[in-house]
Structures are given as structure tokens and as C-alpha cells.
Design a protein around this ligand. Structure first.
Ligand SMILES: [Mg+2]
Length: 259
């Protein structure tokens, strides 16, 4: 069984027709038990659930939300609690108050809405800082210079969103936890993404798909090209589909049907 862990925004979303086509193909693979689909996103759970009907998102077997700080398993429901084993593991080494100290005095910084600021995640906007890249780099330096650099991770995405999360969190670590938790084959993992908060997924997967519309943080992966890394020429869901064909995963459906 293949495992596809994909980001949602600007990786799946962006072209409605392409997404609906891909979602139907992923649904078919899942029905044949050839695929375990994980949606890994910065969104909150509710925003993923409303996307099933509203945006035509495929229904996954697991949802990693809030940049890898929360994991949800079916049956999904709006008010459900995240997987306790993951949450408790992360809470052991994370203090929100401590995380906020790394952001003190940064000019132009704005807090993201309260719903994105949880016990396990401090999320701010930096796009109004005089130099957003430099501001993000400063936060990274502060964490690196502290005695807690092994406890906090800075995630910088799309020149706008900065998150401080537990070092053990992030999409990549959450995926690894899920692989173990569900006894899935790490060698059959494929990831897909478009921005900086997806980078950790590419670090844990033997195969990755970078959509054509990817942000510079992810385009940087071109410097470390290897045969498991596919740079799509198509954008969003069409790019993901292109990558899945490249790795022979979508073809597997048709051959399974023929046999
Ligand atoms: Mg994205």
C-alpha cells in the first residue's frame, strides 16, 4: 500500500477541475486499499472538514493539522479531540510563554488569529515587517542561540507565516509517528507540497512531488535533486497527479482494474 501525505492549500487547491479529477482517482485507490491518504496542513481541523464538500478535497485516512501539532483519525467530527498520544508527547517539551519570548521586539510582527495560536503553536504574520526574511532569520537565530534549541522549531512559509512549534512536531515528524502508529511502510511514502511548512515532509520521504507553483523555500530543493524528487511542470492538483503518474502510483489503479 502506498502512503501519500499531501499539503492542501496551493498543493491540492487552486484548480477546481484538476482537484476533482485527482480526488476521484485517490478515492478509487483508497477503495482498492492501494493507498493510505494523509492530508497534512496548516489549517485547523474544521477547515479541512468543510473542504470535503466545499472544495472537493479527497477524504483521507488521517489528518495532520496546525502544521503537524495535531493528528486526527476517522471518524472525523468538527469538535473531536486530537490524538492524545501525539499531543502529550509534544506538550512535554513546549512552553508557549517561552516560545513568545523569541518574538519579543520584532518590528511589524502581528499575531495570527487566536484559533491558530494553540498550546502547541505560536503563529504570527511577518509580512508587514520591514524585511520579513531577515525577521524570520532573527527568530531562528534567537532559538538557535538559546539553551532550548532542541525543543523549539521555527517554520517559515510563503514570506508571511511564521510558526514556533515543538521541535518534535512539524508535518514530517507527525507523518513518521503515523507510519509507526498505523504500521505503514515508510519506503512507500510519497509527499507533495508547495511551501516552507512542507519541507519537513520531504526530509522523511523517499519520494516527493514539488508542484510547479511552489514557493522559493521549496524550490530550493532543486539544489539537492535526487531521483525520488519530482518537480512537476503542472500546478497544484494537476502537478500532484503528474507526480503520482511519474512514480507509477496512478497507473497502478488502471492495471489493478485490468487484472
Ligand atoms: Mg500549501
Amino acid at each position: 500500500m502506498w502512503v501519500l501525505a499531501t499539503d492542501i492549500d496551493n498543493t491540492l487547491t487552486g484548480q477546481e477541475t484538476a482537484l476533482r479529477e485527482l480526488a476521484a482517482q485517490l478515492d478509487a485507490l483508497q477503495r482498492q486499499e492501494l493507498l493510505f491518504l494523509i492530508l497534512a496542513t496548516g489549517r485547523r481541523l474544521e477547515q479541512v472538514l468543510s473542504g470535503f464538500a466545499g472544495e472537493g478535497l479527497p477524504r483521507p485516512k488521517a489528518i495532520i493539522s496546525q502544521v503537524g501539532t495535531e493528528i486526527y483519525l476517522p471518524p472525523f467530527a468538527p469538535e473531536m479531540a486530537p490524538l492524545a498520544a501525539w499531543k502529550e508527547r509534544l506538550l512535554r517539551s513546549f512552553s508557549r510563554r517561552r516560545a513568545l519570548r523569541f518574538l519579543e521586539g520584532i518590528e511589524g510582527l502581528e499575531m495570527q488569529p487566536e484559533m491558530y495560536n494553540t498550546a502547541l503553536k505560536v503563529s504570527v504574520f511577518l509580512h508587514r515587517a520591514p524585511d520579513p526574511e531577515a525577521a524570520a532569520a532573527l527568530v531562528r537565530e534567537r532559538v538557535a542561540a538559546s539553551d532550548a534549541d532542541d525543543q523549539y522549531r521555527v517554520v517559515w512559509s510563503s514570506g508571511k507565516h511564521l510558526d514556533i512549534i515543538p521541535a518534535q512536531a512539524g508535518k514530517g515528524n507527525a507523518i513518521q509517528f503515523l507510519l509507526e502508529h498505523k504500521s505503514l511502510d515508510a519506503q512507500r511514502l510519497v509527499v507533495a507540497g508547495d511551501s516552507g511548512n512542507d519541507l519537513s515532509m520531504f526530509r522523511v520521504a523517499p519520494r516527493g512531488i514539488v508542484v510547479a507553483n511552489a514557493q522559493p523555500e521549496l524550490q530550493r530543493l532543486r539544489d539537492e535533486a535526487h531521483e525520488g524528487l519530482f518537480f512537476a511542470t503542472a500546478e497544484c492538483a494537476a502537478g500532484v497527479a503528474q507526480g503520482l503518474r511519474h512514480f507509477g502510483i496512478l497507473r497502478e489503479t488502471s492495471s489493478a482494474r485490468e487484472s
